[in-house]
Design a protein around this ligand. Structure first.
Ligand code: MN
Length: 228
């Protein structure tokens, strides 16, 4: 038997300093993981257990590629985030082992149709239309932990047209990287190819056609995408 049509190959992300690529299986995202952003979204900044949502693997956008302004929104927001790339399978991963499951890290932008997300939130509906649309997950090249180390601190920032919109430090994460991996793995068995967007600091805001977003995480370089 053969399939009646062919799907595209798995989407993949560039690996820094290599010709090899990282195929993407799933994209998980953490909600409200910086206290100041929880407050700006009208929510409690306490250390409640993290919550997760997903985006389709084919929503990734490479560094320097353009992002089309999405349909059905008048409030399209940037969210700078550090991304974890999973390299080893596991469920119920112990906190002490969780870094062993990480292949590397990248700079990400959890693009959001804020009007649709907030309308869904207010009505107790799923966030998919606000979060999981096409071209909603820009990501830079992945830097392997083996050669580049684990990212436990350092500046995270995004500029729009050269103006700083969000700035914080990775140490401001409410749930640290090892904690995110351990907690997520109690809900889903993680596999190589999974990406985890770790949450955004305060300062989210709208972008318009023609705007250039330049994300940065110390140790991971920049992620530049123009909205068109
Ligand atoms: Mn986010």
């Amino acid at each position: 038997m053969t399939n009646i049509f062919n799907l595209e190959e798995a989407p993949s992300v560039e690996i820094f300093g290599s010709k090899d690529r990282f195929p993407v299986r799933r994209i998980y995202c953490v909600g409200r993981n910086y206290a100041a952003h929880a407050i700006e979204m009208g929510k409690n900044p306490d250390r409640d257990p993290p919550f997760f949502f997903t985006k389709p693997a084919d929503s990734i956008v490479a560094n320097n590629e353009t992002v089309p302004y999405p349909m059905r929104t008048n409030n399209f927001h940037h969210e700078i985030e550090m991304v974890i790339a999973i390299g080893k399978e596991g469920a119920d991963i112990a906190l002490t082992n969780s870094e062993d499951h990480i292949y590397g890290y990248a700079v990400g932008n959890d693009l959001t149709r804020r009007d649709l997300q907030l309308a869904a939130r207010e009505q107790g509906r799923p966030w998919d239309t606000g979060k999981a649309f096409d071209f909603s997950a820009p990501i830079s090249a992945i830097r392997p932990a083996k050669s580049n180390g684990h990212i436990r601190k350092g500046k995270i920032e995004i500029k729009v047209n050269g103006d700083v919109r969000q700035t914080a430090d990775i140490t401001d994460l409410i749930w640290s990287v090892p904690e995110i991996v351990a907690e997520l793995s109690t809900l889903f068995r993680l596999y190589p190819g999974d990406l985890i967007y770790t949450g955004t600091p305060a300062g989210v805001g709208p972008v318009e056609r023609g705007d250039v977003m330049e994300g940065y995480v110390e140790g991971l370089g920049t992620l530049v995408n123009k909205v068109e």
